[in-house]
Ligand binder design. Structure first.
Ligand SMILES: Nc1nc2c(c(=O)[nH]1)N[C@H]1C(S)=C(S)[C@@H](COP(=O)(O)OP(=O)(O)OC[C@H]3O[C@@H](n4cnc5c(=O)[nH]c(N)nc54)[C@H](O)[C@@H]3O)O[C@H]1N2
Ligand SMILES: Nc1nc2c(c(=O)[nH]1)N[C@H]1C(S)=C(S)[C@@H](COP(=O)(O)OP(=O)(O)OC[C@H]3O[C@@H](n4cnc5c(=O)[nH]c(N)nc54)[C@H](O)[C@@H]3O)O[C@H]1N2
Ligand code: SF4
Ligand SMILES: [Mo]
Length: 676
């Protein structure tokens, strides 16, 4: 049900799944409620009557696919193929096929939810180390790890199956450090909790680097031989004062010094970072670069028990036709985010609403989305307006959502029980997860929707004439296995992958332009950005709210909720009963000043809009900070966020750290006045 792809066992009787075993989290335990939910969309739908009025009529697949492909061809002829966007939401499985469709159709505008998730960490890892991942893969401590750092990630809610191992290791002597601007349950169990203001982790990381260098706590040989820009970064750090950095991030100096001492003195140290919170900032890429340099400087990069760099996984053939990108017009966002465009082979979806509404640098006319959710975008009202303005919107989903309401065609997607996919792990474990039942109603797997669309667009051969098996075989061709072989090994196979051995750089250096770890990024310099991982306060989060200043606070949005995946699951009673309402966390002292109590209805507002949530009064958040969940259709926090506050390097939005006001909501205020 989420991208961890935990193995489950399904008992099937008379074509019906009757029981699921092995689910390790609340969402997994609700699998059957999803599969057999009464509200599932089970036939293709076409908009009926007026424009975007939310009314639909059932149509046959052929009619839907012909209608969609005719309009796509027409739009391509009139405005050029680049005016068509193919988008995938959180779901990962259909992505290679969808990108292939976009490239074969002729548009560079394939984009995904990765425009807000993970990809900016990959951009930072490429800039620093020339590799795809740092700190976000291979989660949890290794057996040799002595200090484990959870940096802006809260696995108790976001990586539930992995958290037990962390506490087990802590019990046997491993030190746990949590860097989180909230005092989470995990933070309260940590040996050290550093609590920076949101968006100031870059200042904290520079402070740690300063202490490491100036205290002689660094790997002299590695830094001397393998860091490009060593002199420049050391000079930059010398010019900063520890006291100043400590004030900027709000972490006391003695804690910063203890942290640096553990990182170096209690090695190997492994840093596990968020793929989201650290990067949901205007300074996200530079922050991530500074954080990951701590590993390189302290002698923990690419060592066992520290941060081994990802050596690459199962060998696969690129079936996405990504090489075509070079000959196609520039992608959405390429002009604004040239570093992203150079490193990450997708369009930047955060630039989509602006370009759609303005029509510059070129018009966008159609959007075909596999599980898209307009509430993913900051300033989601603007994203809704953008979709409304298009000539064609197609959405494949399980359920009706605020996004399907704006669609011309809604296509019924089959769930993971009803579709076959290859599931792979970084260590080379590969399994074919076969459909266990036929798709309900007329629903179809996403891959099939994409292959079928390809067929109707005259690309049948490109899509193996509809054969998933042939597509998977081509994809797997360099891997040493086939669809058939996987099908006969339901438990999966362990394929040969490059070994995750330490110090891989000894052979050929790092795959950066200089061949070294780039503290001074030659790629950033070439694009006119500051090449050192400097920290600058975010324009939206320059200062924490002054205690007692009334209603103006800093907002972090989207900390994960254990029972839900993003916007999903609110319609599943079993999950809804666990988390019935959107709860915004507020410090008791702030709450008292604003006469907000537990469960009070409160209004969170900016000039973009406002939402109502229920208050959760808790010391988990410090004064001046509130934390609100995302993905609630009636209380969509992204309505209040500014969609143009973006990291100039990655295009990632500032979901954490924008300013807003909070107060008792209208009728709660009225009730209070009435009772006076
Ligand atoms: N149950 C559940 N699990 C999920 C998901 C889900 O929707 N539901 N989504 C999955 C996805 S796609 C993702 S990206 C991951 C994300 O999961 P995580 O990486 O764990 O991210 P978050 O829960 O957003 O935030 C983690 C912590 O970061 C802190 N934080 C916020 N801003 C800052 C900051 O500026 N600095 C610091 N130091 N801390 C900060 C928050 O207080 C929070 O406790 O979760 C995945 N797991
Ligand atoms: N304010 C704020 N906003 C955020 C974040 C935040 O922390 N704060 N986090 C960002 C991050 S890290 C992420 S990953 C995104 C989340 O990205 P979203 O794309 O918003 O994620 P979901 O809401 O999980 O899924 C979107 C839709 O996909 C549908 N769906 C699920 N599975 C399938 C499937 O197999 N096939 C099809 N066709 N549809 C399917 C669901 O029903 C849902 O309607 O949100 C981002 N937005
Ligand atoms: S973590 Fe939970 S929702 Fe995700 S795959 Fe595992 S059981 Fe399913
Ligand atoms: Mo994410």
């Amino acid at each position: 049900m989420c991208s961890r792809n935990c193995p489950l066992e399904a008992d099937v009787k008379d074509g019906k799944v009757v029981r699921v075993r092995g689910a390790v989290c609340p969402r997994g335990q609700a699998n059957l409620d999803l599969l057999y939910h009464n509200d599932r969309i089970l036939t293709p739908l076409a908009r009926a009557g007026g424009r975007r009025n939310g009314k639909f009529m059932p149509v046959g697949w052929d009619e839907a696919l012909e209608g969609i492909s005719d309009r796509l061809k027409h739009i391509r002829a009139q405005y050029g193929p680049e005016s068509v966007v193919f988008f995938a939401g959180y779901i990962k499985e259909p992505r290679p096929w969808l990108k292939r469709l976009a490239m074969a159709f002729g548009t560079p505008n394939y984009m995904t939810e990765s425009s807000t998730c993970y990809a900016a960490s990959s951009v930072a890892a490429r800039l620093n180390f020339g590799c795809e991942k740092f700190g976000v893969h291979d989660v949890g401590p290794d057996p040799l790890t002595r200090t484990h750092v959870l940096w802006a990630t809260n696995p108790e809610h976001s990586l539930i199956p992995t958290v037990g191992a962390i506490y087990d290791r802590q019990r046997t002597g491993m030190k746990l450090v949590v860097v989180d601007c909230r005092k989470t349950h995990t933070a309260s169990r940590a040996d050290l909790h550093l609590q920076p203001h949101p968006g100031t982790d870059g200042a904290l990381a520079l402070a740690v680097l300063k202490v490491l260098f100036e205290g002689g706590m660094y790997d002299h040989e590695f830094t001397g031989r393998y860091i490009h820009g060593l002199g420049e970064i050391r000079a930059h750090l010398s010019g900063l004062s520890l006291a100043g950095l400590s004030t900027s991030c709000g972490v006391p100096e003695d804690l910063i010094i203890s942290f640096a001492g553990l990182v170096f003195g209690n090695s190997p140290t492994k840093i596990q970072t968020s793929v989201a919170s650290l990067l949901h900032h205007v300074n996200g890429v530079q922050t991530f670069r500074a954080v990951s340099l701590i590993s390189a400087v302290s002698g923990n990069l690419d060592v066992t028990g520290g941060n081994l760099l990802w050596p690459g996984g199962v060998r696969l053939k690129d079936v996405t036709m990504t090489e075509r990108l070079e000959s196609l017009p520039p992608r959405v966002g390429a002009d604004r985010f040239p570093v992203w465009a150079e490193i990450y082979p997708e369009a930047q979806a955060m630039a989509l609403p602006g370009q759609t509404i303005s029509g510059t640098p070129y018009p966008i006319k159609a959007f075909v989305g596999i599980g898209p959710n307009l509430m993913m975008w900051p300033d989601s009202t603007r994203m809704a307006r953008a979709l409304e303005s298009l000539d064609l919107v197609v959405v494949a989903d399980y359920f009706h959502t605020p996004t399907t309401a704006l669609a011309d065609y809604v296509l019924p997607a089959a769930t993971h029980f009803e579709r076959t996919a290859v599931v792979m792990r970084d260590d080379g474990h590969v399994r074919l997860r076969q459909a266990v039942i036929e798709p309900l109603g007329q629903s179809r797997p996403d891959w099939q929707i994409i292959f079928d669309l390809g067929h109707h667009l005259g690309l049948a051969e490109t899509f193996w004439n509809g054969s998933l098996k042939a597509g998977i075989d081509e994809w797997l061709s360099p891997s040493g296995t086939t669809y058939e072989e996987l099908a006969s090994h339901p438990e999966g196979l362990k394929l040969e992958v490059p070994p995750n051995s330490p110090r891989k750089y000894l052979r050929a250096g790092f795959a950066t332009p200089s061949g070294k770890v780039e503290a001074y990024s030659t790629i950033l310099a070439r694009h006119g950005f500051e090449p050192l991982p400097v920290w600058e306060p975010e324009p939206c989060a320059a200062t924490p709210a002054t205690p007692g200043s009334g209603t103006s606070v800093t907002l972090i949005s989207g900390t994960r909720q254990p029972s839900y995946t993003h916007s999903q699951g609110r319609n599943i009673a079993r999950l809804r009963s666990q988390q019935p309402d959107p709860l915004v966390s507020i410090n008791p002292d702030d709450a008292a000043e604003l006469e907000i109590q537990e469960d009070s209805r409160v209004e969170i507002a900016t000039e973009k809009g406002s939402v109502i949530m229920k208050a959760r009064v808790t010391r988990e958040v410090p004064r001046g900070l509130i934390s609100a969940p995302h993905g609630w259709a009636e209380s969509d926090i992204n309505r209040v966020l500014d969609g143009e506050v973006l990291d100039p390097i990655s295009g990632f939005p500032c979901f954490k750290g924008q300013r807003c006001t909070i107060r008792l909501a209208g009728n709660a205020q009225q009730a209070k006045q009435d009772s006076i």
